[in-house]
Write a protein of this length. Sequence first.
Length: 488
Amino acid sequence: MGSVTFSPGYDAEAANEQETRTVRGTLPTGSPDFVYLPVEVPAGVREIKVSYTYDRPPVPAGTQGNALDIGVFDQRGTEPAGKGFRGWSGGARTEFFIRADDATPGYLPGPVHEGTWYIALGPYTVSPQGLPYEITITLTYGEPSPTVQPVYPPSRAKGRGRAWYRGDCHLHSWYSDGRRTPAEIAALARAAGLDFINSSEHNTTSAHAHWADQAGPHPDGELLILLGEEVTTRNGHVLALGTDPGTFIDWRYRARDNRFGRYAREIRRSGGLVVPAHPHATCIGCNWKFGFGEADAVEVWNGAYGPDDEVALADWDGMLVAAVREGRDGRGWIPAMGNSDAHRDPDPIGRPQTVVLADDLTREAIQEGIRAGRSYVAESQAVSLAFSAVGPKGEHAGIGERLKVDKDTPVTVRLEATGAPRCTVRLVTDQGVLFTSDPLPVHGSGTVEWRTTASYAAYVRAELRHEVVLAPLPGALAAFTNPIFLGR
């Protein structure tokens, strides 16, 4: 792919003069995941603008049509995890601009320096006829505006000390493929009873500098806003949860490239958690194929509860059994969480939400609670749980903890629930479901107890399920907990 060139030099008397070039081409089936169009940007450019179109011919039933993503890298190059990244909109936009003081959502404002820029094309799917495209690049000359300086939200909010905090860590605004502004998301988060959220745009950090105004004191309560990214690869998506402001995590690799571990470590070095998202989702490229060896937690419940979540829940339970078998149940098991993945109306924010026991409402405390598994997932703020295991001498353990008792010592498991009318409580162990309650009363509150031993149940976790609509399928989840482990 040849480079696009413009006239060298800048005439100071021709401020705001524009030059435009148009490039056409066709990507065949089997194209690389990313194709780069070099653009030679001369000195004196104050703004670069790019628009594109591509053909969508009809295809036979069962065959994928054309879908072409787009982004851009500046003169610093396209090296993986390099400094050249300037933005990505995937397939959400047909044009974008960048200048020192502003940029299209999804893109990073800053100077347009002289050198070779690269328009990144991502042929997500290609029809049998190929993918014809047309790209138009417009450069505007003139003195640049002052470079905007980003302001980020604080890493702590006014909390309640050690308490249960509710959050939604998978959300999209108009800074990727969502349709809501940060202000709209923050308002809906507060209305949903949330204490914290995480910015998780697809393959861009451009939203990070637009959340500060939504944090801090507010009549409806303070909101802790964590910053991150949904790293959207061709072999699955992973939440970089609560990274340092401005941290960009690259997404241009597949499982076969054996590079995920490098980027998982980069997430942690930047203060974030590694959370595979919707691991059994059925959209192209969404199913998780990197394994869970690097995961700090896993998103078991994503949005409205459905069959893929049921598979993810069963798969996660199998990982708990493996942790017990391999002797990692004391420390190395992977906690579960749930998030809304809300993009636009009518997607509800905070359905579901992860409820975390944390020492305070700070980035570090919330992350530690998630990492330790001191959490449960609820379909809304209406649902609250208290789950514990108690031994005969008053030994006590809560969600994500271990009750250290001998294998034949009697243990009482107790669940208290509110906000779950007519829901059934199921207690799940490494053997499967060993206890199922009668439906809770219509007012939604109730308590169940079950007695067991560590030899009979290596761990216990609780599920609250709505009434069965179609037997023999289980009812949709209203809530579930991370496990309590039993035994020495």
